[in-house]
Design a protein around this ligand. Structure first.
Ligand code: MN
Length: 248
């Protein structure tokens, strides 16, 4: 595992992504025994979720176009991509257009993970890694299974699948929990704050939230109890509360 590919793809004079070299704004794990888990929602050329597991000093990374599903019947394509530095864990912001991955990045979920496969090295080679997530949104038992492209240099296809346990659900978690676990922001908020392409970022946010972004109209709608108000009321209370508290 190395960060060679990660560094080759990026110009650290232009992007604010970490270069992964010692002395960076390291977010080292507090306990050596716990391994970092993070999912970054990334509106680049297309929307995807970067699923990352700390292992051997780097973040093993898979790009999941549709994002994780809590439904064990749903298998989500996960393209194996280059290892990322541990510093990347807290990266949320704008990657300049024209740079590799240009667009907006949100820390969609984070926490720790525990291998369920006995030997992680062996499991990765075999293309069948079982693990448990202790995240804020994703929890319980999961598996990553490789489907093709064994051992090659090019991207390998894996599938990310939820195992059956008490955390399995048919809830569309990507749609129903669209906010950053770091900042409570939507992609459009992050783009705006970071001087990025707000309209492009907003295409990665759920439609209802995108509509709610028009603060003036929403405030009027709440007062006059129009159709928009009833749509807002249909949102989960947690999300709604966060959105309102951010209005000040
Ligand atoms: Mn990405």
């Amino acid at each position: 595992m190395s960060l060679k590919k990660y560094r080759e793809k990026r110009d650290f004079k232009t992007t604010t992504e970490p270069d992964g070299r010692p002395g960076g704004s390291s977010m080292a794990p507090k306990k050596k025994s716990s391994l970092i888990y993070v999912v970054q929602k990334h509106r680049a050329t297309s929307l995807h979720y970067d699923f990352r597991l700390e292992y051997n000093g780097v973040l093993l990374s898979w790009a999941v176009p549709k994002g994780p599903s809590l439904d064990p019947a749903v298998k989500r394509l996960a393209m194996h991509v280059e290892d990322h530095p541990l510093d990347y864990t807290n990266f949320e912001g704008v990657i300049p257009e024209g740079e590799y991955g240009g667009g907006t990045v949100m820390v969609w979920d984070n926490g720790t993970w525990t291998p369920e496969s006995e030997d992680v090295e062996k499991a990765l080679k075999a293309g069948d890694l079982k693990f448990n997530l202790q995240g804020k949104k994703l929890r319980g038992s999961w598996v990553l299974v490789r489907t093709r492209g064994f051992g090659g240099g090019s991207k390998e296809s894996w599938l990310l699948i939820k195992h059956r346990d008490e955390f399995a659900s048919t809830e569309d978690i990507a749609a129903e929990q669209p906010l950053s676990v770091l900042s409570g922001r939507l992609l459009a908020d992050i783009a705006r704050d970071g001087g990025g392409d707000v309209a492009k970022a907003a295409t990665g946010d759920p439609a209802v939230d995108a509509a709610k972004k028009n603060a003036g109209k929403i405030d009027d709608a709440r007062k006059t109890k129009t159709a928009v108000t009833s749509r807002s009321a249909a949102k989960p209370a947690k999300v709604k509360a966060k959105r309102i508290s951010r209005k000040k």
